[in-house]
Ligand binder design. Structure first.
Ligand SMILES: CC(C)(COP(=O)(O)OP(=O)(O)OC[C@H]1O[C@@H](n2cnc3c(N)ncnc32)[C@H](O)[C@@H]1OP(=O)(O)O)[C@@H](O)C(=O)NCCC(=O)NCCS
Length: 382
């Protein structure tokens, strides 16, 4: 029987698995994928290599990476009926809901019902990594009446997505920025969506259902959805000069008001990924005027540090990512699907790990309801 003293709301500090996929030290803002600092990977690696590293556990050889890259390119295209399905989705629906539904549907077209076969599991993993960008771009285009574009096998993972979304081959600089963003979002230890993936995986659900479940969790504004809300917040503030008045008014109306893009269960200092994203933003805006949203974000970080810093609440990864995506011309409601197309590598790494020595998750609860309640027939109820 679970005792009250053992109960931790939100399972704070409760280990949910033994994992070698990533390491996180929230006091030092240190995040490592399989032992390699994420900042190093963002600068020197690319998404394809990082995905292999996360799932397989070690950096690939040149031959392994070339084959993996080739296999991913082969799996980017999706069945024409899946594209028809996406065309039938409501144009005003949220792209995360569209992604959730289309990833589950991907499993109908390319099934992997038996997770006991490692070769099929690997094949499904590659298909998910390769095809999710196609699904996101397809919905983003078709809802505004644009033709769905076929993937370009001559472009790498990051460049192909930007092409499929915007219809133009990105500049090398935009490709590199977007690739670094994918690497930075690829994995983050035992967060809510990763835990969801492990729980679904522990029931031996198929990989498409595992990833669809994780996408559902990521869609929440306390998790992946915060990047959209953070950008909308900067736009709503309207400029750096309004930051202090805006925050004072919000806090006066609700002392517990949550500023989007700030705070983290694990980090008690500024999230290292936010620092890298800010450096990327600085680099991007070095030769152009800084957008008002970025100036607002900088001022909000400064003002918020004085108020929330003593509580260990600082910018998380979602604080600056939206500003960067916006400057790449990406629509706001596609930010969280982009988080998903990056994080799928981490989810899959945890899924593969979960299947080794798997035991289904079945936690306990503290029952606080009634017992032995008599059933009153409907006609006798007042
Ligand atoms: C990320 C988050 C969900 C973590 O939640 P958590 O670990 O459960 O932390 P709590 O919500 O219990 O917050 C702890 C304290 O910090 C405060 N706090 C946390 N995040 C805050 C924020 N963004 N703005 C203002 N105060 C915040 C809470 O009000 C609470 O204060 P209290 O101790 O006086 O009651 C939370 O910080 C949040 O909602 N942030 C905004 C959404 C966001 O950016 N999410 C992306 C995460 S990568």
């Amino acid at each position: 029987m679970t005792v009250e003293a053992e109960f931790k709301p939100g399972l704070e500090d409760v280990p949910a698995a033994k994992s070698a996929v990533s390491f996180l030290d929230g006091k030092k803002a240190r995040l490592e994928y399989r032992g390699i600092p994420v900042e190093v990977l963002a600068q020197q690696s690319n998404y394809e290599e990082t995905a292999w590293l996360l799932i397989k556990g070690d950096l690939p050889t040149q031959k392994q990476l070339a084959e993996f890259d080739h296999d991913l390119r082969q799996r980017r295209a999706v069945h024409y009926r899946l594209k028809d399905l996406i065309r039938c989705m409501p144009a005003d629906g949220h792209p995360m809901d569209a992604l959730h539904a289309s990833v589950a549907a991907l499993g109908l077209f390319y099934p992997c019902p038996n997770v006991a076969d490692p070769a099929r599991n690997w094949d499904a993993s590659m298909r998910l990594i390769a095809a999710m960008p196609t699904l996101v771009a397809a919905f983003a285009r078709t809802r505004r009446g644009d033709e769905i574009l076929d993937p370009r096998p001559d472009l790498d993972h990051a460049a192909n997505f930007l092409y499929m979304l915007g219809g133009k081959e990105p500049t090398p600089a935009a490709r590199k920025v977007f690739d670094a963003c994918l690497v930075l979002h690829a994995e983050h230890q035992m967060n809510a969506s990763t835990f969801t993936a492990r729980v679904a995986g522990s029931a031996l659900a198929n990989p498409y259902q595992v990833i669809a479940s994780a996408i559902g969790t990521l869609s929440g504004p306390l998790h992946g959805g915060a990047n959209e809300e953070a950008l909308e917040q900067f736009e709503g503030i309207g400029g750096p000069q309004n930051v202090k008045g805006w925050l004072d008014a919000k806090r006066a109306a609700d002392p517990k008001y949550k500023v989007m893009g700030l705070g983290h269960r694990v980090y008690k200092v500024k999230d290292g990924r936010a620092t890298v994203l800010q450096e990327i933003a600085e680099h991007m805006f070095a030769e152009t005027a800084r957008p008002k949203t970025y100036e607002t974000a900088l001022e909000l970080e400064r003002v918020a540090a004085g108020i929330y810093g003593p509580k260990g609440i600082y910018p998380n990864v979602d604080f600056y990512s939206g500003v960067v995506y916006q400057s790449l011309g990406i629509p706001t409601d596609v930010f969280t699907p982009i988080f998903a197309i990056a994080r799928v590598a981490g989810w899959l790494a945890h899924w593969h790990e979960q299947l080794v020595n798997n035991r289904i998750y079945r936690p306990d609860q503290i029952s606080v309801g009634k017992n032995d309640v008599p059933y009153v027939p409907l006609e006798q109820r007042p």
